[in-house]
Design a protein around this ligand. Structure first.
Ligand code: FE2
Length: 320
């Protein structure tokens, strides 16, 4: 068979401080729908066919638990498993039947060189009732991970999982596993953490409706609305969820094929509308948005909880 590779993003599993609060946020403000709740976990879907796009798990400390990728079939899952073993990757198990309550399918779990848990699955149950509502997210478009060991991470994602290099902007490597310009981006950082999760909106009008819904719910935009004058060239709007995770509504991400010409940082930094200007208006992240994208908001809150201090550092950051 041809070289096995992942072909898309399915979902992220997130540890949250308060399941009820987080599930309510993702339903009422972020416009996901709850598929099921079981004990300390809730599965949330978007309007697309993917069984769920976010799994929330109540834990004493927040932090990303895993990112799940799609493989086209069981043979590809088996092939990816063999490749991972062949390079000595940390593989948790052989491919096996997955929990039917979470959509079932066939897959396995492994860890990236920086220890992020990644899952690969095929044959997961898909929703037949796909709805068209531009004001609600349809799927996860991309996940950005902060990386301290960039070369190791790039080698793993490209050589083991089959990602292709799209662009480098001088700070982040953008890599793809489908026509979407990037399903993963790796941001050079001091340590490994989640930078942000981007949810796809059907069009600009739908994205603005989502932004309006968030603002009506007292969730202010942390960066945007703007268009990245950099890799992907997408329209963006970033927020921080109740835990401190950076989340994005995005639309119009470049769709590319194998004829796409990659560029490096010198190309993108020479673009006339950098950084992320639109209609002549420069947009930059707020300090608290920048803090969340660096993984610091959750890191500090976890440290405070560990020290017995329950102050709400997220509210403090957003008010500063
Ligand atoms: Fe993004």
């Amino acid at each position: 068979m041809s070289d096995p590779r992942v072909t898309g993003l399915r979902n992220v599993d997130l540890a949250v401080y308060d399941l009820a609060q987080s599930a309510q946020f993702y339903k009422d403000h972020w416009a996901l729908s709850e598929v099921s709740r079981n004990g300390d976990s809730a599965l949330m879907r978007a309007t697309g066919e993917e069984h769920h796009v976010v799994a929330l798990h109540q834990r004493p400390r927040a932090g990303i638990i895993s990112v799940t990728f799609a493989a086209p079939d069981k043979a590809a899952v088996d092939g990816l498993h063999a490749k991972a073993l062949g390079v000595g990757a940390a593989v948790a198990s052989a491919p096996h039947a997955l929990d039917a309550a979470a959509g079932g399918g066939y897959g396995f779990e492994l860890s990236s060189p920086e220890g992020q848990v990644l899952r690969i699955s095929s044959d997961v149950a898909a929703h037949a009732d796909v709805t068209q509502d531009a004001a609600k997210p349809s799927r996860i478009n991309h996940v950005v991970l902060n990386a301290a060991r960039m070369d190791d991470q790039m080698r793993f994602f490209c050589d083991v999982l089959g990602f292709k290099f799209s662009d480098f902007n001088g700070h982040m490597n953008f890599i793809r596993c489908s026509r979407n310009h990037h399903s993963i981006a790796l941001a050079q950082s001091e340590g490994a953490s989640l930078n942000h999760v981007a949810f796809e909106m059907e069009n600009f009008d739908g994205l603005m409706s989502g932004v309006g819904r968030m603002r009506m719910g007292e969730h202010e935009v942390g960066w945007g609305v703007g268009r990245h004058a950099g890799p992907g060239q997408n329209i963006f709007s970033y927020f921080v969820d109740p835990n401190g995770y950076a989340i994005e509504y995005t639309t119009e991400v470049d769709q590319v094929d194998d004829t796409y010409v990659s560029h490096d940082g010198s190309y993108w930094t020479a673009r006339p509308l950098r950084p992320c200007s639109w209609a002549g208006r420069k947009t930059v992240p707020t300090d608290w948005m920048h803090h969340a994208m660096a993984g610091k908001t959750i890191e500090e809150r976890n440290a405070q909880l560990a020290a017995g201090n329950c102050d709400d550092v997220i509210s403090e950051k957003m008010a500063s």
